[in-house]
Design a protein around this ligand. Structure first.
Ligand code: C2O
Ligand code: CU
Ligand code: CU
Length: 418
């Protein structure tokens, strides 16, 4: 129990309160049966994976209470990376995830030796966020949760509150942000609170071309990162999520700092290969898609409430908002004209982030990105992100903010791929 003497009842996959981890291999045919024993309709969505739309568990494919369905898809070569799965029913995704439904997926390359870090042991950190009432039950969302996205008092790693992790050799760490809405601005600190630099080796869709050092690594809701932890001397280090200001509305504090876990590191420095992976940049785009995120706030009857929009519209299951063509490189230009951060995610696979820049160019120069594969990118207020993507299958895909309260409040759109 997280609150002494008050057990918490969660919703779970296969009856397990510890998040599931599924390990798959490229080329494999995945077959999974969903038996829905929830009182609501649900789906299984394979976040970030290039599976056909009708197998991807979007809101159009809901399985009713007591219903069942089998998902079946083949994992294409080249998709090795760090993914996750979660429900995606219309309007209740936020609730199903905060009640406990989310799990981890790792896809490994078909040829194990093509993974530059295959020799390293791995540690998996699947981060979720639990908000409880004093009696141990899972709290309903309040008005602030609905506007800003829900944050709880217990940030869990693999279902455990502030675990201690021992690492006695250089280790590959995969970290998932499977929270509804919490920004994890990750920093490693020594026992004196001094930052120790992080070595990032991977993003959502697998390894980077080259490792990158950073003092902090922001992992916004739904993003994943891979890190390598190693040290010249034995050390005790704390992995923190620093305080983060995402422009919350109403009378609430910015996201406070939280300690995620303590790592006991043995002396174990290693040299990583200089190239981790070859990533071919996508070619010239044949089409541009323009996306604008916005919000309105009302104060009716003393109650703050917010509406969230994509291109001035709230989500409608039946309306097509964007038209894409299969197999073509498209450039997506996403502008955030609202007052808060929104991590934007598109279904269908991975994209290549080109740059982030201020919509108002006088605020500063663009940030260019080394080519990598991602499926979610955070946009600060006033920011623009530009990414390139190829849709591999025909059908309807979703584009949405991955603060699940915003998604369910209408910040989602249908992309028709023909
Ligand atoms: Cu992780 Cu449409 O979602
Ligand atoms: Cu997704
Ligand atoms: Cu949002």
């Amino acid at each position: 129990a997280f609150i002494e003497g008050k057990p918490t009842t969660v919703w779970a996959y296969n009856g397990s309160a510890t998040p599931l981890l599924m390990e798959w291999v490229e080329g494999m045919t995945v077959e999974i049966e969903l038996i829905n024993q929830l009182p609501q309709e649900t789906t299984l969505h394979w976040h970030g994976l290039p599976v056909p739309p009708e197998e991807d568990g979007g809101p159009h494919e809901a399985v009713p209470p007591q219903g069942r369905r089998t998902y079946r898809f083949v994992l294409p070569e080249g998709c090795a990376g760090t993914y996750w799965f979660h429900p995606h029913p219309h309007g209740t995704t936020h609730e199903q995830v905060f009640r406990g439904l989310a799990g981890a997926i790792i896809v490994r390359p078909k040829v194990a030796s093509s993974d530059a870090l295959a020799a390293l042991p791995e540690t998996h950190l699947f981060v979720t966020d639990l908000k409880l009432n004093a009696d141990g039950s899972i709290a309903e969302n309040d008005m602030n949760d609905a506007m800003n996205g829900r944050e709880g008092q217990f940030l869990l790693v693999n279902g455990v509150y502030q675990p201690m992790v021992s690492i006695d050799q250089a280790t590959r760490v995969r970290l998932w942000n499977a929270t509804n809405a919490r920004f994890l601005n990750m920093q490693l600190q020594d026992t004196a609170g001094q930052p120790v630099s992080l070595l990032q080796v991977g993003t959502d869709g697998g390894l980077l071309a080259q490792a990158q050092q950073a003092q902090t690594v922001l992992v916004s809701p739904a993003e994943r990162v891979e890190l390598v932890l190693s040290s010249k001397e034995a050390a005790t280090l704390n992995l923190h999520a620093l305080a983060y200001k995402q422009g919350k509305m109403g009378m609430v504090q910015p996201t406070p700092a939280r300690q995620l876990l303590t790592v006991q590191l043995a002396a174990n420095a290693i040299e990583l290969p200089k190239r981790l992976r070859e990533i071919t940049p996508l070619g010239a785009a044949v089409r541009q898609q323009r996306v604008r995120l916005s919000e309105t706030m009302s104060m009716a009857g003393g109650m703050h409430s917010m509406n969230f929009y994509i291109n001035d519209k709230q989500f409608d299951m039946k309306r097509i908002d964007f038209n894409s063509k299969v197999g073509e490189v498209e450039e997506w230009v996403v502008d955030n004209t609202s007052d808060m951060d929104h991590p934007v995610h598109i279904h269908g696979g991975q994209f290549q982030l080109q740059r982030r820049e201020w919509i108002d160019a006088s605020r500063g120069a663009p940030t260019q990105y080394a080519v990598s594969w991602k499926d979610t990118v955070n946009l600060r207020s006033g920011e623009r992100a530009v990414f390139k993507m190829i849709q591999q299958h025909k059908g309807v895909r979703m584009l949405h903010c991955h603060i699940l309260e915003h998604e369910d409040a209408g910040m989602m759109a249908n992309v028709s791929v023909v």
